[in-house]
Design a protein around this ligand. Structure first.
Ligand SMILES: NC(=O)N[C@@H](CC(=O)O)C(=O)O
Ligand SMILES: [Zn+2]
Ligand SMILES: [Zn+2]
Length: 344
């Protein structure tokens, strides 16, 4: 077994950096390893206009450690009122790379999300034209649909239609959690790809619900049964260029997760690349890590790959029990557990 692994510097294609004190914690954790990250727009209020994106970009830059070389890639939060003009202006501005589709009320801060997809026809056409990607939180929100079925139903009810209707639009099916999603992505054209989180590769719903409820393993889309976990592992182990790294690191303070109505989201940023290395090694796919982490994402987005490297060393370490956020505790994903690899 090799004891060091040097790969092209990776990027994180799906992350929540938040704002204010949380931003000050989250940005350095990601800039430690990643060169770029797609910053999710689900702030309160959300990042809706090109001006909002510009202002948020500046707040992220202000929280970025000097010399880290980290660049945030911005996104607009699609609402029923996102216009083709806003899309064109965002593309011309240069810092915005994608628009994010949250079906209304699907997840954290998604109350302003889209209620009528057909109303966005001209907006999707404009995105395809100027080269902005469509990033999708792929879950339906109807009360009668079981929470474990919401991704699969979204594919059939919405995503297959969007992909068929806009063949020129690049679509990223974010944080996929099922074999159905992996199959859909593989069966679709080159304009469709997906991000996969560390928790959905490492865990299944037993890790959430067996032996007492584990709020720090609760995220959306919720962890699924082990056959889906295995399908996701097979997807990354296949080496397909349609799958790439997106942690969905989604920080919430300890009290907000350990709560009668706990928030969804796992804060994986402090050990993101190390978590992927752990699971890729366990499934015998460490040789596929570099393309997943550093090639497939920029290739799909049409951006250059990074030219510098990071080195992982085999040196077991324990993820701390908590992380401090301006005096308040937050529990990171995999807290107290031991990882084999460490970024030097
Ligand atoms: N993934 C999560 O469980 N939570 C995310 C929202 C999201 O990505 O859906 C958050 O913003 O907290
Ligand atoms: Zn989401
Ligand atoms: Zn997310």
């Amino acid at each position: 077994m090799a004891d060091t692994l040097t790969i092209t510097r990776p990027d994180d294609w799906h992350i929540h950096l938040r704002d204010e004190a949380m931003l000050a914690t989250a940005v350095p954790a990601t800039a430690r390893v990643f060169a770029r990250a797609i910053a999710m727009p689900n702030l309160q209020p959300p990042v809706v206009t090109p001006a909002d994106a510009q202002a948020y970009y500046q707040r992220i830059q202000a929280a970025t450690p000097v010399d880290s070389g980290f660049t945030p890639l911005m996104t607009l939060y699609l609402t029923d009122n996102t216009t083709p003009e806003m899309v064109r202006e965002a593309a011309a501005q240069g810092i915005v790379k994608a628009c994010k589709l949250y079906p209304a009320n699907a997840t954290t801060n998604s109350a302003h999300g889209v209620t009528d997809l057909d109303g966005l026809d001209a907006t999707f056409e404009a995105m395809a034209e100027v080269g902005l990607l469509l990033l999708v939180h792929g879950e339906v929100t109807a009360d009668e649909v079981d929470v474990f079925d919401r991704e699969k139903v979204f594919i059939d009810a919405h995503l297959s239609g969007i992909v068929a209707k806009y063949p020129q639009l690049k679509v990223v099916f974010e944080h996929i959690t099922t074999g159905d999603a992996a199959e859909f992505v593989l069966a679709s054209g080159n304009n469709v790809a997906a991000t996969i989180t560390p928790q959905h590769l490492m865990y299944n719903r037993n890790h959430l619900l067996v032996g007492g409820i584990k709020p720090h393993n609760y995220c959306l889309p919720v962890l699924k049964r082990n056959t889906h976990q295995q399908a996701l592992q097979a997807a990354v182990a296949s080496g397909s260029s349609k799958f790439f790294l997106g942690t969905d690191s989604a920080p919430h303070l300890q009290h907000a997760k350990e709560n009668a109505c706990g928030c969804a989201g796992c804060y994986s940023a402090p050990a993101a690349l190390e978590l992927y290395a752990e699971i890729f090694e366990q499934i015998g796919a460490l040789d596929k890590l570099e393309a997943f982490a550093s090639f497939n994402g920029p290739d799909f987005y049409g951006l250059p790959r990074n030219t510098d490297t990071v080195t992982l060393v085999r040196d077991p370490w324990q993820i701390p029990a908590t992380v401090d956020v301006a005096g308040k505790p937050m529990v990171p994903f995999y807290a107290g557990e031991t990882l084999q690899w460490q970024v030097r």
